[in-house]
Design a protein around this ligand. Structure first.
Ligand SMILES: [Zn+2]
Length: 455
């Protein structure tokens, strides 16, 4: 069991030393980003201008894709008003990113300074990209910053509801075990949930006295529902619950708050643009403007009061993105917040939401499990998994250009793997299509289940 002294030691000594030994600067960066919480709007704006000018110059000198775009649109990297220069660029779409991502890598950094990442974003539209190690360490610091907004110190025990079996390789498992031990974390697998096993895991997790519960929105909510049904609702140590990666509805919020007896927070970020906004204790979403420039653009296919979020992350020199349309919708909010932070406000975000898939024997497979099959893949424009009955899933795939035999074979292997992971309880049928019908608001869901869960 952790003690306050144990948590303080972790925060002040164990974690900074351990990460420092492997060259990870997240704790030094944490002090930097925490100091920004008291910045005035003018300080934030000056910092944005400096970072933006720096990125423009990096791209002019070391990024063939962006230097050509600057020429084409008359962007002056040395311009006195970098915001005006940024506004000359058109919105960057996922289609453009998918077509050009290899040319969008900056040449002044070696491959060992960056990682290749991948995302299905909020719409099942596959993209690949690069992120510098620095950017990812900054994000780790931002994650800690978000926890501290919830009154949670790094090193205090927490329950994490995340992928922990399928799609997790041996190296990741080893690193995660080390981190889990250092951070005092209990991991509950978000992908394959057997309600009986979840009940056992919840009882085990409660023994570490977690102060914080976090994970994918639908997975956390499913765990909370199982906890309620089993009467495991006594969580005196929990101070905060936070969810990410998916939209958080009022119903999710209520279920999580009722189950864990704590304030529920929504964190908005994505795999490609890591930390975008965080809800404070007053329930307002503050935009992390010190690491991004966020615009809200009216777009015809959104069709209501919400607008498209357009993001320029300021710290990823490996592959800068200027005016990137994330695929999520939200809107700016005028006014200030009583929490005292001056970072601008936005609404919650209408991003993706995953359905749970249910096996005939009652196991729950979170929709996020399926999107991992398209991680690090090329040649697919979009996809959708649709569970039509307890035993059957249709997989629809829109190829990006010609579908090669190799890619076709990969898709067939995916179907076989899903079948095997479900102990042959699902049949999976592959459909190659030209288009996947969109739902209201111009979005398509990439995981849909018509099967409801019955306990
Ligand atoms: Zn606030």
């Amino acid at each position: 069991m952790s003690t306050p002294i144990g948590a303080t030691l972790r925060r002040r000594v164990t974690l900074p030393v351990a990460f420092g030994l492997v060259g990870d600067k997240r704790f030094a960066l944490l002090d930097d980003v925490l100091a920004r919480d008291t910045w005035s709007p003018a300080q934030v704006r000056n910092h944005q201008a400096e970072r933006l000018s720096h990125l423009f110059r990096i791209c002019r000198d070391h990024n063939p894709y962006w230097s050509a775009r600057f020429e084409a649109f008359g962007v002056n990297p040395d311009g006195s008003d970098p915001f005006a220069e940024l506004a000359k660029l058109p919105v960057l779409t996922k289609d453009e990113m998918r077509a050009n991502w290899k040319q969008m890598r900056s040449t002044h950094m070696s491959e060992s300074d960056m990682v290749h990442e991948t995302s299905s974003g909020s719409t099942g539209m596959q993209i690949n990209f690069y992120q510098s190690h620095y950017y990812r360490q900054l994000h780790a610091a931002m994650e800690y910053r978000s926890r501290m907004w919830m009154g949670v110190e790094p090193g205090e025990p927490y329950l994490s509801i995340q992928a922990n079996s399928a799609h997790v390789n041996r190296k990741t498992k080893m690193l995660r075990s080390a981190r889990r031990w250092m951070e005092n974390c209990y991991i509950l697998d978000a992908f394959q949930m057997d309600p009986a096993r979840v009940r056992e895991q919840l009882l085990a997790a409660r023994k570490i006295n977690p102060v914080h519960v976090h994970g994918y929105t639908t997975a956390c909510t499913t765990v909370a529902e199982i906890a309620q049904e089993a009467g495991i609702t006594d969580w005196p140590s929990v101070r905060a619950v936070s969810t990410t990666s998916e939209r958080q509805t009022e119903q999710h919020r209520k279920t999580l708050g009722d189950t864990f007896g704590a304030t529920v927070y929504d964190r908005y970020g994505s795999r490609e643009v890591l930390s975008i906004a965080m809800q404070c204790s007053e329930g307002k979403h503050h935009i992390y403007e010190d690491v991004n420039i966020v615009e809200f653009a009216p777009l015809s296919d959104v069709g209501d009061a919400l607008t498209a979020t357009i993001i320029t992350p300021l710290d990823n020199e490996a592959m800068p993105l200027f005016r990137y349309r994330s695929g999520d919708e939200a809107a700016a909010i005028d006014g200030t917040c009583t929490c005292g932070r001056t970072l601008r406000l936005m609404t919650g975000c209408r991003g993706r939401i995953c359905n749970n898939f249910i096996t005939p024997d009652g196991h729950i497979v979170n929709g996020t499990y399926f999107l991992y099959y398209f991680y690090y893949q090329e040649g697919y424009q979009s996809f959708q998994f649709h569970q039509t009955t307890e035993e059957h899933i249709d997989l629809y795939v829109v190829p990006d250009g010609t579908l090669t035999q190799e890619r076709m074979d990969y898709l067939k292997q995916c179907c076989d793997k899903i079948r095997a992971d479900s102990n042959d309880q699902f049949t999976v049928e592959l459909h190659i299509v030209d288009e996947i019908p969109k739902r209201r608001g111009g979005k398509h869901l990439y995981t849909i289940s018509d099967v409801l869960r019955h306990i």
